[in-house]
Design a protein around this ligand. Structure first.
Ligand code: GDP
Ligand code: MG
Length: 162
């Protein structure tokens, strides 16, 4: 079976946008409001003749109590069945408590991981991506889901850890 790649991160960081960019079509639902993606959606994907399954995540209530724990639990479900994880962070917002909650969960799981520093639409924003070294999850890969910037490099790295 194809390797399963779970795309996780707090709501609104651009998970679905990145997935659409990888798929080359707008299939995953993108919204300005968090919580529109169903719990877990699977998409067959391909890069350099290698096929894999992308898993989009989301679907929690944004104003619920204990939201950080809920988001982390959602991500954990997706990650449990994954071979590789792409953690997406909004590099322009920087590290939030919810990102930290997800990172804590991912540390316990110990699966191969790529850190995507999203919303780096221009070269001058790259210092914002470097700040995500602070998560302690390795090298942040600056990407723009909207413009496609950095996605090819990130996918090359993905194939290496897959
Ligand atoms: P998700 O909740 O993590 O799946 O995030 P979405 O993919 O639905 O995106 C949330 C919002 O962020 C939408 O308004 C997107 O257009 C925007 N967004 C996603 N990726 C980028 C990016 O690379 N650059 C910018 N500027 N906005 C982005
Ligand atoms: Mg989404």
């Amino acid at each position: 079976p194809d390797p399963v790649v779970a795309v996780v991160g707090r709501p609104n960081v651009g998970k679905s946008t990145i997935i659409n960019r990888i798929l080359g079509r707008r299939e995953a639902v993108v919204e300005d409001k968090p919580g529109v993606t169903r719990d877990r959606v699977f998409y067959p994907a391909e890069w350099n003749d290698k096929t894999f399954t992308l898993v989009d995540t989301g679907g929690w209530e944004s104003d619920a109590k204990g939201i950080n724990a809920q988001v982390a639990a959602q991500a954990e479900l997706a990650v449990a069945h994954a071979d590789v994880v792409i953690l997406v962070v909004d590099a322009l917002v920087g590290i939030t408590a919810m990102d930290e909650a997800i990172v804590q969960m991912l540390r316990r799981v110990r699966k191969p991981l790529l850190l995507a520093a999203n919303k780096i639409d221009d070269a001058y924003q790259e210092p914002e991506a470097a700040a995500l070294w602070g998560l302690g999850m390795g090298e942040p890969h600056p990407v723009s889901g909207v413009h496609g910037r950095g996605i090819a490099d990130m996918l090359d790295e993905l194939l290496k850890v897959m």
